[in-house]
Structure formats: structure tokens, C-alpha cells
Design a protein around this ligand. Structure first.
Ligand SMILES: Cc1ncc(COP(=O)(O)O)c(C=O)c1O
Length: 619
């Protein structure tokens, strides 16, 4: 009990917070701790426990342990439902998506509890679990938003405040739309004008030809990834189709593979060498898999999520050769291509490297994915994406086309966002300067955040972190001491889930346990995004380091971010410097301290943190 009190008041290091709890786990401490409190809030009915299938039992237990399964009494009394877990697609029961898993549900519950006056050792929850840039305060890109404004509200085309280059682009898009309106369906693969813009972008990037007819616009990268996996979902010689995915991986892949009943063939990234890809490991993985499945495709995420590595050109060449030797389609998930922070790293597209390798590799089948959700735009909710598919046999493309037509088209908002991504203003145009400033600010800030996180985590006892070369995440390895491991076991949780649950309850920081992404046996990790804006990030890390940590102070200056008008958990110990996570305003420029407003298309956005729902007020 004493340990917990100290931990709550003095905000011991993030790692120590967890370990500190666990050190006393064998005593009566856990009877009193935060997790136990939350468990007692929500009891799960026996009936609902029974419908958990054996396969699902682990995650169900975790939900229950951290209080995520909230069953209202009235739900239990409702009449029997025709649809039950036993008679729906079992693949839906099987699949898991850690990024929005039970801990995130618990984070939402904590916010609700705080709204109703619950006292916590923090002021608000920091959602470092998901790569949702604008949810964490990134300012929308003005050029993109103006293009959206003009295409969705063409009356504004007469408005003098909008620059001519944006107007020209909006008119071009509107002319391409049926009825001159973005409210009409587009061609199934998207507006030709935008597909041509994408092709030009790829040509500029790679200095090789791109046929716009190979470009398909999608609702974010996700829908394209799912469609291509679905296309490959065909048994061969009575065996399941196998999908090679990195471990750790972005769980969209494992979730979709499970949903489609395909076979996951995991290949481990090598943590020791900064999460590089060892071709020998690819061979090991494929050899071990062939008993149950026929490998059809290799997925490569570059830059990596959750690991933040950028593959070297040499590594990419090795992967291409491996794929060729094993007759695999390459799915290159390149959504983080603008997010490179390490000076020595460079992004090479698979298409470019395949091309440069020459025959026979330049004729290999490849699909490459891109998104408006990442990079410096961070328009996750707008759902813009595309993929380029090359060297695929025309008959197969015809079937892909047929499948796309059955979905009508992707959202026009997403298509406009992609247009803004691939067709930015050039030097001669009026929007250029602002566009470049905003782009560079976001990327510089992400780089700074990547460095801060790396440096601070490097100093944590029991935490091992690799430099963040790209993307938006850090994936440190954590040591779970024996007592913590025992406490986790007693709760039927993996060690990393226990760690993350403790962290959430004690500091309000919501991260994702490494098991959600896959990791080598007997290792534990967690993933945090680098997305909280710098003042908030400092607060987050401040929650995680001990009092007077000089190393930390030298990295993060002593400027405390201002607290906005938002709710504050008044009962907490206000003397505790380190524990005191005060809310911060959204900032245009991350290294500005204090509150700020951002101007987007004439609107003022002043945002406070504090709740998953009400984080923004938009006058
Ligand atoms: C590697 C990777 N691929 C694809 C996606 C999905 O992106 P979108 O929002 O475009 O669907 C994400 C999202 O985080 C991702 O990290």
C-alpha cells in the first residue's frame, strides 16, 4: 500500500512505477491497487463469461482483468439473440486488433470515471496508443483543407481569401466529378485526374514510368491492403494461402489474415541490429511454414510500424530476391515514406529498387500502398489512400477491377486529400511558401519528438530502445522482473499487458503492449507513438522519470506548458512537480510553449486535452 501511495504521489519513473507495484504484488498490495479498483467497477455476468470461446479466452480475460468488459444489467435480461458467438464467422472471434484493444477501452473508462469525479494520480489520459496525428494536436495542412473546402463547397470559389492555385485544382477536380459535384460516385478506382496526379508523383519520386491505370484510390491504405489480401485468399493444393508478415507488425495484417482465414507466416525483425531484416530469417520462416500453407505474398512495412526502422537499399534488394526465388507477390506498405528522421537513412521504394535490379526482378508482381493519414498531413479521418499494382497478369487485374466496382468508389474526400498529397503547390504558386513551412514544421517536430523519446527511454532502467529512424513509433524492450511476472501471471495477463495496464492506471499514459504486434518469445515490449506534441510529450515523459532527473532535464527544457481552461483533477497532489501533468494547448509549432491556436482556412482551433471525445472546440 505504501509503495502504491509513493508511486501515485511522486510519480516514480514509468518503468519503476510498474515494477514498483509489482515488487509488492505478493503482499496485500494488489488488493488495494488501481487495477483491482477498476475490476470491481465492472463485473462480468456468468452468462457472458460462458460465451467466451476457448480461442478467445485470453483476450477476454484481459478485458475482464482491466475492467474493459462492461455489461449493463439490462443487457443480461434482454431476450435471447439469434446471433451468438457460436454461429457467426469464427474468424471474427479469432481476430484481434491491439491498437484499439481492451486497454484503450479502459482508457476511455478512466476518462469517464474522471468526468464523474474519480480521483486519479494524473489529470487526463494521454493516448499514445494510436498513430492518429491530429487527435494528438497536429495542425491540419492549410493547402489540403482549402482544397477540401473548395471542392465540397464550390460557392467559396468566389471567395478572395482562397489562393488561385488551390482554386485551379478544385475546379479541375470538380470538372472531373459527375454533375460537377463531389457528392457523386466517382469511377471505382477513383477520379482519373487524381490517378494521373498520383502517377506523376510516383514518377517524380522514382524517376521511372508510372501508368496511371495501375493506380487505385482507396479509403485509406487499409481498404487497399484488405482487398489485395482478399484477392490472394485462395487455397493451393488444399493448403491455406500463407502471408509472410514481419514480427513485430502493424496488427491490421494479423487481424485481416485471421479474419480471412489465411495463414500468418511471421518473420522476425532483428532487434539487435535496429530491427533490420535478415534474409536467413526469411528462409527459416518460409521453410517452417510450408507444412500448413502455401506462401503467396510477403508484406514489408517500410518505414516500420511499430519498430520505426528504415530498410537499407541492400536489405530491400535481398527481400526482392527472396520474393523472386519463392514466387511471392510483394506488398510494400510504404505509408510512412515521408517520415524519415535519421540523417543516415533514406527511403527507397520497392518499385525503384526492383527496377534498378533489372531483369528478372523488374518484372515482379508488386503492390505498393500509400496514405494521406501519415507523413506530414496526418489526415487519418479523411480516409485517403492509394495503391499501385504492377506486373500483374491482365486477367487477374480484371478480377480485381470487378471486385472494386462492386464497392462503387472510395470517398471523394479521401480522393481530394490524395490529390493534395501528390500534387502540392510548386515554387511559382501562391500557396507554396505556407505549404512548405507547414510541411517542414511538422516533419521537424516529429524528428525532434523521435529524438526526445529515444534519448529519454535510453536512460530508463530496464528499458532498451533502438533509435527511431522513421515512422511514428517507438518500440522499447522492457524487462519484467520476476515479481511483476508473477503478478501478471496471477492476473492471467502477459507481462507486457500487465505493464501497460499498470502504466495506464498510475500515470494515465495509454500505450499498447508488444504482444499486440508480435515479439520474440520471452521478450516484452510496448509501443508508444511519438505523436503527443512536444509540451505534452514532455509531460508524458515527465510522468515517467524520477524527481530531479538531471539527464531528463537537460533534454527537456524547464518550460512548463500552460494549462488551458479544461477540466483539472483538483484532488491530486499539487506539490508533486513530476507527477503534475497539466494539460497543454495544441500548438502549431511544437516547440512553442503554452497555449496556441492554429489557423486553418480561416478557422481558429483551440484545443484542450482531457477527454477522448471533447478534446477540441472549434469556434
Ligand atoms: C503500416 C501501416 N499501414 C497502413 C495503415 C493504415 O493507414 P490508413 O489510415 O491509410 O488506412 C497504418 C495505420 O496506422 C499503418 O501504420
Amino acid at each position: 500500500m505504501q509503495t502504491i501511495r509513493i508511486l501515485l504521489r511522486n510519480s516514480k519513473p514509468m518503468h519503476k512505477a510498474v515494477v514498483g507495484c509489482s515488487k509488492t504484488a505478493t503482499s496485500s498490495v494488489f488488493k488495494d491497487n488501481a487495477i483491482r479498483r477498476s475490476c470491481s467497477l465492472f463485473t462480468v455476468s456468468r452468462k457472458n463469461r460462458e460465451i467466451a470461446t476457448p480461442k478467445n479466452v485470453t483476450s477476454f480475460n484481459i478485458c475482464r482483468q482491466i475492467g474493459a468488459t462492461k455489461i449493463s444489467p439490462s443487457a443480461v435480461q434482454e431476450q435471447p439473440k439469434f446471433l451468438q458467438l457460436s454461429n457467426i464467422n469464427p474468424n471474427f472471434v479469432e481476430m484481434e486488433y491491439a491498437v484499439r484493444g481492451p486497454l484503450v477501452v479502459r482508457a476511455g473508462e478512466i476518462e469517464e470515471e474522471m468526468k464523474h469525479g474519480a480521483i486519479k494520480p494524473f489529470d487526463y489520459v494521454i493516448r499514445a496508443n494510436i498513430g492518429d496525428c491530429q487527435a494528438m494536436g497536429q495542425k491540419p495542412n492549410t493547402f489540403l483543407r482549402q482544397l477540401l473546402n473548395l471542392t465540397f463547397c464550390p460557392d467559396l470559389l468566389d471567395c478572395a481569401e482562397y489562393p488561385d492555385d488551390v482554386k485551379d485544382r478544385a475546379e479541375e477536380i470538380l470538372e472531373a466529378c459527375q454533375g460537377g459535384s463531389v457528392g457523386s460516385y466517382t469511377d471505382s478506382a477513383g477520379l482519373e485526374v487524381v490517378r494521373r496526379q498520383v502517377a506523376n508523383y510516383i514518377e517524380r519520386r522514382d524517376c521511372i514510368n508510372c501508368d496511371w491505370r495501375n493506380v487505385y484510390l482507396t479509403d485509406g491504405a487499409t481498404s487497399g491492403i484488405k482487398r489485395i489480401l482478399s484477392l490472394l485468399n485462395c487455397e493451393v493444393n488444399g493448403k491455406k494461402p500463407g502471408v509472410m508478415v514481419p514480427i513485430p507488425q502493424y496488427p491490421l495484417y494479423s487481424a485481416t489474415i485471421a479474419e480471412y482465414g489465411m495463414e500468418k507466416i511471421g518473420y522476425y525483425l532483428e532487434e539487435e541490429t535496429g530491427w533490420s531484416l535478415n534474409p536467413q530469417e526469411l528462409n527459416r520462416a518460409i521453410n517452417e511454414s510450408s507444412k500448413n500453407s502455401v506462401p503467396r505474398v510477403i508484406v514489408v512495412i517500410n518505414p516500420g510500424n511499430p519498430t520505426g526502422q528504415v530498410l537499407t537499399r541492400n536489405n530491400i534488394e535481398e527481400i526482392i530476391k527472396f520474393a523472386y526465388n519463392n514466387k511471392l507477390l510483394i506488398m510494400a506498405d510504404e505509408v510512412y515514406q515521408p517520415n524519415i528522421y535519421d540523417k543516415k537513412s533514406q527511403f527507397f521504394s520497392f518499385k525503384k529498387v526492383m527496377h534498378d535490379l533489372g531483369h528478372p526482378y523488374n518484372g515482379m508482381e508488386l503492390v505498393s500502398f500509400m496514405s494521406a493519414s501519415k507523413g506530414f498531413l496526418g489526415e487519418c479521418g479523411v480516409r485517403g489512400g492509394y495503391y499501385e499494382i504492377i506486373n500483374v497478369c491482365p486477367d487477374v487485374k480484371a478480377m480485381l477491377w470487378k471486385s472494386i466496382t462492386a464497392s462503387l468508389c472510395s470517398t471523394t474526400a479521401g480522393q481530394v486529400a490524395i490529390s493534395a498529397l501528390v500534387n502540392p503547390p510548386d515554387e511559382s504558386e501562391p500557396s507554396y511558401e505556407q505549404y512548405v513551412n507547414e510541411r517542414d514544421d511538422v516533419l521537424a517536430s516529429l524528428k525532434a519528438r523521435a529524438e526526445i523519446m529515444y534519448e529519454i527511454f535510453s536512460k530508463f532502467e530496464g528499458v532498451h530502445v533502438k533509435p527511431i529512424q522513421g515512422a511514428m513509433y517507438v518500440f522499447p524492450k522492457i524487462e519484467i522482473p520476476p515479481k511483476a511476472a508473477a503478478a501478471a501471471k496471477a492476473k492471467n495477463m502477459p507481462g507486457d499487458t500487465f505493464y501497460a495496464a499498470e502504466l495506464l492506471e498510475n500515470t494515465g499514459v495509454c500505450i499498447v503492449p508488444g504482444s499486440g504486434f508480435g515479439q520474440k518469445p520471452f521478450t516484452s515490449h510496448f509501443r508508444s507513438t511519438i505523436l503527443p506534441q512536444i509540451p505534452l510529450l514532455k509531460e508524458m515523459m515527465n510522468s515517467a522519470v524520477s524527481n530531479g532527473n538531471s539527464d531528463y532535464n537537460s533534454i527537456c527544457d524547464s518550460n512548463r506548458p500552460n494549462r488551458p481552461n479544461g477540466r483539472r483533477n483538483t484532488n491530486r497532489n499539487s506539490n508533486s512537480n513530476n507527477c503534475s501533468r497539466v494539460a497543454v494547448s495544441n500548438s502549431n509549432h511544437d516547440n512553442s510553449s503554452g497555449s496556441s491556436s492554429s489557423n486553418s482556412g480561416g478557422r481558429n482551433i483551440n484545443r484542450t486535452r482531457g477527454s477522448s471525445h471533447g478534446t477540441s472546440s472549434t469556434p
